[in-house]
Design a protein around this ligand. Structure first.
Ligand code: FAD
Length: 409
């Protein structure tokens, strides 16, 4: 009896799910493995962290998808290694899963760049657990200050990293501060609460056009964010950030949004890496093995490393799936060609920046509406789309009337 080729996909993020989607009609058995049984829509993690959305709004249960396709099996497991010669992935609970083709789509991890105290005393914002922890900490800070009073710095949030996540986090927190202190925590309005955004480069939103970076700085400052560009972080301790200049910023919370690096699994695989990412050939296969692909954040082509964004993962996942089918048919593989559809970042209500294909650059309300629409479209699952739309409609249409409260767990 003919047995079907076994494809193992590790990681149910944008890349892994995109691979699966392209294989549902193929003559293969796919095993999708992820340590979580849900997909996290990372672009909206900051909204969970600031209490605008609930965790379930941006989590998509993987089995909702796999149950519809008989050739897909999901296993909630953590992969701890790969034996490339035996063609097996090792699971942390013991046991192995054998493959004929392997797709590594395990993403990245927060990177603290070895800065003293950063891993211990700052709060990353990379996973759902991270976002919920930030939300709970913010709620606790506000309630504690409201009932017990504050000392300088207690209500200061320092955000490290002026990329899209740092900018989005800073803008939203500054708006919340304005609204909450008017409606809910009036007693805290003279407390000296601050939002400080620290970026070591000379400008925010590095990959964006310079004019959009300038717009972002102006929009953040208009919301009362203290923007500190050209400043490195030397140390983080509980309650204080020390800058490279020696200046100390007392604070109640440090949010780490300064970049990503390799996960523990990626580091342990013994494969060639480029700046911590698995080196891939133009067809997205890793250098040493012809039946192993790496896609999305975990992978980089030495000639043209792609940005660690959703689109390269989505497109790379589909490409890897097509190459597996070509190899099974005895054909040679094709090179991956990325189609850049543009990037966006939001600063707050009616304020965003967008660089769209064809060199179009948008700012302000138009960019913000485009940002809202695109995120609704790309969210997985009808329930999540409806839930996010209702939450946003409630939040933005009742902007001045209803209190914006962060509820902790
Ligand atoms: C806060 C934040 C905001 C972002 N905003 C944007 C944005 O606005 N626009 C944009 O385009 N991109 C954005 N990104 C980047 C985008 O989310 C990533 O580029 C994209 O998710 C990469 O997809 P991926 O499939 O490679 O990895 P991921 O989506 O990270 O998926 C990796 C999966 O692998 C699983 N996994 C990891 N290790 C193991 C293991 N050992 N065993 C089992 N499972 C494992 C994880 O649980 C995860 O589900 C943002 C990222 C973050 C963190």
């Amino acid at each position: 009896m003919k047995t079907r080729a076994r494809v193992v996909v590790v990681g149910a993020g944008f890349g892994g799910l995109s691979t699966c989607k392209e294989l549902v009609e193929a003559d293969v058995e796919v095993t999708l493995i992820d340590r979580h049984n849900f997909n996290t829509f990372q672009p909206l993690l900051y909204q969970v962290a600031t209490g605008g959305l609930n965790p379930g709004d941006i989590a998509y249960p993987v089995r909702t998808y796999t149950r519809k396709h008989p050739n897909l099996t999901f296993r909630q497991e953590t992969v701890v290694g790969v034996d490339f010669d035996r063609q097996e992935v090792a699971l942390d609970g013991g046991g192995n899963v054998a493959y004929d083709y392997l797709v590594l789509a395990v993403g990245a991890a927060s990177n603290f760049f070895g800065i003293p105290g950063a891993a211990k005393d700052s709060q990353a914002i990379y996973t759902m657990e991270d976002a919920v922890a930030v939300r709970d900490r913010l709620a606790e800070m506000l309630e504690r200050a409201a009932s017990r009073g504050t000392k300088p710095g207690d209500l200061t949030v320092v955000i490290i990293g002026g990329g899209a996540t740092g900018v989005e986090m800073a803008g939203t927190l500054a708006e919340l501060r304005q609204m909450q202190f008017k409606t809910t925590y009036a007693a805290l309005s003279g407390s000296g609460a601050k939002v400080v955004l620290v970026e070591q480069n000379d400008r925010l939103l590095g990959p964006f056009d310079g004019r959009l970076s300038e717009y972002a700085v102006a929009a953040l400052r208009a919301r009362g964010v203290e923007v500190r560009t050209g400043e490195s972080v030397a140390e983080v301790t509980g309650g204080c950030v020390t800058l490279g200049s020696g200046e100390q910023i007392p604070c109640g919370l440090v949010v780490w949004a300064a970049g990503v690096g390799p996960s523990a699994l990626t580091q342990s695989l013994g494969l060639h890496k480029i700046r911590g990412r698995l080196a891939v050939r133009p067809d997205l296969r890793v250098e040493a093995y012809d039946n192993v692909f790496a896609i999305g954040d975990v992978a980089a082509d030495a000639e043209k490393p792609l940005p660690q964004l959703a689109q390269p993962a989505l497109q790379g996942g589909a490409h890897a799936a097509r190459q597996i089918q070509r190899l099974m048919a005895g054909a040679s593989t094709e090179a991956f060609h990325y189609k850049d559809k543009g990037t966006m970042a939001t600063i707050g209500r009616r304020s965003a920046v967008a660089e769209i294909r064809g060199g179009i650059k948008l700012t302000g309300t138009l960019a913000w509406l485009a940002w809202l629409g695109l995120h609704i479209v790309f969210l997985l699952g009808l329930r999540n789309r409806l839930s996010v739309m209702i939450n946003w409609a409630w939040r933005y249409l009742s902007w001045r009337k209803t209190p914006k409260v962060i509820t902790g767990g």
